[in-house]
Ligand binder design. Structure first.
Ligand code: SF4
Length: 395
């Protein structure tokens, strides 16, 4: 629960002094944090500040600066996913043949301490001016292979509804653009910004999706859920992306609570991102093998609706790939070996649609050959009770 002894801030906290006065960091920490503040922007809107119990809780960690941000490790880079090299004109990133990113501004409602664009975003990062925005839109008009435009930034929901409407109308008028995606943290960070005017601005004949960035169940407050609902009632599908973060969502319990809270808000978890190696973010890093174990712990425990794709953006701009966990262990001819959510191996006869569990082995890991198929089976062997989970409809 939030610390009720601390007054709720009435305005966005932007300076170290603000953080001290709000009781989120100590006076003694101020000089070291001023060094961090010279490098990276800070903003914590009241709705988000209210959720913080202390600087190192899962909410505080995400937004309160820390001296560790000045420690840059060897693998960290200022542009971890290679946006700059893939930018043909300011405001556009073109990584995949049929999609492009449009970044109309670099301002965010809050500044995540792990942000992959932390070297670029901030209140001084500004907004594309009219001429620059038109050049970016012209680039999209001139590229008919682009079917999907992803509004990113910064946070596009920091635009005024008027400017958002202008962009949506311009994209809608491009015959080749059929899908618009909006990546935003606003619904959880500053939910009151999702006004009826903003939702009306999103009304389009294109297939428009809002992708909310949320990392902890506590971010799904009643106000956040209401802001999401304002979009859903206008038939705007809302899905979610999250970043796997040490100290925030790196336990099965925290991850499960987040995924369940999203589904309860009618939001499909879309991506769980492996943290990008942005400068000064190593305190948040969870190794991929640990991320796979975390997700494996949830397999079979949470509904498939809640299951995100765990992805890595290959550093250097080589694209995003799913990174597991994998359940397919071997495939040869018509025989495939898989593991079930409990980790037990099974040999699947494709075409025959038979799935038989492996009989506990004699002290070594089974190989594909070790796992019996139906033809290996003693015909007199009783099949035993049917597993109720395997009858009826696929859940
Ligand atoms: S809202 Fe997005 S772009 Fe802005 S700081 Fe957070 S992760 Fe970065």
């Amino acid at each position: 629960m939030p610390d009720t002894r601390r007054p709720t801030p009435t305005r966005t906290l932007r300076t170290v002094r603000d953080l001290v006065e709000a009781g989120l960091v100590s006076q003694a920490a101020q000089p070291a944090l001023e060094d961090v503040a010279r490098e990276y922007a800070t903003a914590i809107p009241p709705a988000f500040a209210e959720l913080i119990e202390h600087a190192h809780d899962p909410i505080g960690l995400q937004v309160i600066p820390d001296p560790a941000e000045l420690h840059i490790t060897a693998e960290e880079r200022s542009d971890p996913i290679g946006d700059d090299a893939l930018s043909p004109v300011p405001g556009i990133v073109h990584r995949y043949a049929d999609r492009a990113l449009l970044k109309p501004l670099l301002v965010c409602p809050l500044y995540c301490r792990f942000c992959f664009r932390r070297e670029h975003v901030g209140p001084d990062g500004g907004v594309l001016d009219e001429a620059a925005l038109e050049r970016a839109l012209d680039w999209l008009r001139a590229h008919p292979a682009i079917g999907e435009v992803i509004l990113s930034g910064g946070d596009p929901m920091m635009l005024s509804p008027r400017r958002m409407a202008h962009i949506i109308r311009a994209l809608e008028a491009m015959p080749h653009v059929h899908t618009i995606r909006i990546h935003t943290r606003v619904p959880v960070a500053d939910p009151e910004r999702v006004t009826q005017e903003m939702v009306a601005a999103l009304d389009t004949t294109c297939s428009l999706w809002v992708v909310v960035h949320a990392n902890h169940a506590r971010e799904l407050t009643p106000a956040a859920r209401a802001s999401i609902r304002r979009m859903q009632v206008r038939a705007i599908p809302v899905i979610a992306q999250s970043v796997l973060l040490r100290g925030v969502n790196d336990t099965p319990e925290a991850l499960e609570a987040l995924l369940r809270a999203l589904v309860a808000a009618r939001v499909k978890p879309y991506y769980l991102h492996q943290l990008d190696p942005a400068p000064g973010t190593s305190r948040f890093r969870v190794p991929i093998a640990e991320g796979q174990r975390l997700l494996a712990a949830l397999r079979g425990r949470v509904t498939g609706l809640a299951w995100p794709t765990y992805v890595l953006d290959i550093p250097g701009g080589h694209g995003k790939v799913p990174i597991g966990p994998a359940y397919l262990e071997a495939a040869g001819g018509t025989i495939t070996q898989v593991r079930d959510p409990q980790g037990r191996p099974h040999r699947v006869e494709e075409g025959g649609a038979q799935t038989l569990p492996f009989r506990a082995g004699e002290g070594r890991s089974p190989s594909l050959q070790d796992i019996p198929t139906s033809s290996d089976r003693d015909p007199n062997e009783t099949a035993g009770e049917p597993d109720p989970r395997r009858t009826g409809h696929r859940a």
